[in-house]
Design a protein around this ligand. Structure first.
Ligand SMILES: *Cc1c(COP(=O)(O)O)cnc(C)c1O
Length: 462
């Protein structure tokens, strides 16, 4: 097959650049590598036409362009959606970022003395206050926090970490407790059975090589039936008797009783973990806490101090942007402690929205659609979830727009909504596209209405 059906990189790039907002150099590079791939295919005997090749490259460029990190309307009803960026930040929290991000700051500078200051000292005090903990600090994420704690509290000849077999969790994204222990130089000592672990199981496993006892919250699954586990207070007493630290990875950091916000299970809070005798607790900053990606460590002052002295701490410390946002987020909690409904944290607002309110918004959206499209859309009860590997049993009653397009296929409509701007991600159930309003910000309703009418009009569909 002749190679002259290959488009010229220069000419075709010019053409694509007219309708793409990507930097020109990126389009050129993309076209060059796609043309090269087509050249190999043609040389290997593949047949095609100039038009087909151009259409192929154009659609691949569109897909590549859509992979650019961008704003998405989450209409899945999953509040902490790992693939959609977990917890959104509150407006007040985010506004604090601008001046620190675009200028200099007192990151490690002591303003009264004019000399070197301690990084994150204010944040650590605010965290301790909120978490009712003697000391606290923050690192990159909860996985890093756990690795750091394990590295700090184990030594080559004292590296056994006791974990119940019912808590050998896999979280997702490659986070598995046995593997985390291995990378941290710890030796896993499993105790108990999948369904039952007794205090004596922990007791029997203690040796002179025991570095710590680790508890891990079963974030994303539950066990039911013939199950049992010892009271944390009893494990704590045992650990104290043997002078072994007791650490808990609670995964998500709920600051309030989740069962009071919505029909949810009780998610363990760091405050109660510490009250029950956990020496050191770690959790994520961007799950139920609703802050930036981070991992928070709190508990005994001597242990937090050791963690901060471990050289690995330097490798996983937070940057100034995260520290600023986290500081604001923690202050938000401290300010709204007595009145959680006043919170600026979107994840908590979404949990608390009542369905009557969602129903009103659904009706308003449907009635603002062009008359001829309204019959394609109705509203119906749906089920929202917290997501992010938290409270797997919780089903939050919600309201979704249910869309059965008359002129296009459901999967085409779903794709059209995902690929436009702003992108809208819903889910398909029984060949009906559902857009759950619990996770849609009220100020996105208008954009959603516009995009929906665009995507549903027969004229706009390719
Ligand atoms: C989510 C989770 C983690 C990982 O948290 P990241 O902040 O994503 O690193 C660790 N442990 C548990 C129990 C979790 O639920």
């Amino acid at each position: 097959m002749s190679l002259n059906i290959l488009p010229s990189v220069e000419v075709f790039t010019n053409q694509l650049a007219k309708s793409s907002s990507l930097p020109r150099a990126l389009i050129t590079g993309f076209v060059r590598s796609e043309v090269a791939a087509w050249r190999s295919l043609l040389l290997a005997g593949e047949t095609s036409t100039k038009e087909a090749i151009e259409t192929d490259i154009t659609s691949k460029l569109k897909a590549f362009s859509s992979s650019r990190l961008q704003h998405v309307i989450n209409a899945t009803g999953v509040i902490i959606h790992t693939n959609l960026g977990r917890s959104p930040l509150g407006e007040r929290v985010f506004d604090s970022l601008r001046s620190v991000a675009t200028g200099y700051s007192n990151l490690e500078f002591n303003l009264p003395g004019g000399d070197r200051g301690k990084r994150a000292a204010y944040l650590e005090t605010a965290l301790s206050c909120l978490l009712e903990a003697p000391a606290a600090t923050a690192v990159n994420n909860c996985a890093a926090a756990l690795v750091l704690i394990l590295r700090t509290l184990t030594e080559p000849d004292k590296n056994e970490v006791i974990v119940s077999r019912s808590e050998l969790v896999e979280i997702g994204g490659g986070f598995r407790i046995p593997e985390i222990l291995e990378t941290s130089g710890a030796k896993l000592v499993e105790v108990g059975a999948t369904n039952k672990t007794h205090l004596r199981d922990y007791e029997k496993a203690i040796t002179p090589q025991t570095a710590l006892i680790l508890k891990v919250h079963r974030s994303n699954f539950y066990i039911e039936g013939f199950t049992d586990e010892p009271d944390v207070k009893d494990i704590s007493t045992l650990a104290q008797q043997h002078n072994i630290p007791l650490v808990e990875d609670i995964g998500s950091g709920a600051m309030m009783n989740t069962e009071e916000l919505a029909p949810l299970d009780h998610e363990p809070t760091p405050q109660e973990a510490l009250r029950n005798g956990i020496d050191l607790v770690c959790f994520s900053g961007d799950k139920l806490l609703g802050g930036p990606q981070s991992g928070i460590i709190a508990g005994r002052s001597d242990l937090v101090a050791l963690v901060k002295q471990e050289p690995f701490y330097r490798a996983v410390r937070c940057d100034k942007l995260i520290l600023t946002v986290l500081q604001e987020c923690i202050e938000e909690y401290l300010r709204t402690q007595s009145n959680p409904t006043a919170t600026d944290i979107p994840a908590l607002k979404f949990l608390q929205t009542n369905t009557a309110n969602l129903q009103k918004r659904a009706s308003a959206i449907i009635s603002s659609l062009p008359k001829e499209l309204q019959s394609n859309v109705c509203s119906e009860p749906s089920t929202a979830r917290t997501g992010g590997g938290t409270m797997p049993k919780s089903a939050i009653p919600s309201i979704a727009l249910a869309i059965q397009p008359s002129t296009i296929k459901v999967n085409h409509l779903a794709k059209a909504l995902r690929m436009g701007s702003p992108s809208i991600v819903g889910y398909t159930e029984d060949n009906v596209l559902k857009l759950d309003l619990r996770t849609v910000f009220p100020n996105q309703d208008q954009a959603l209405t516009l995009r929906l009418s665009e995507a549903l009009s027969p004229l706009s569909n390719e």
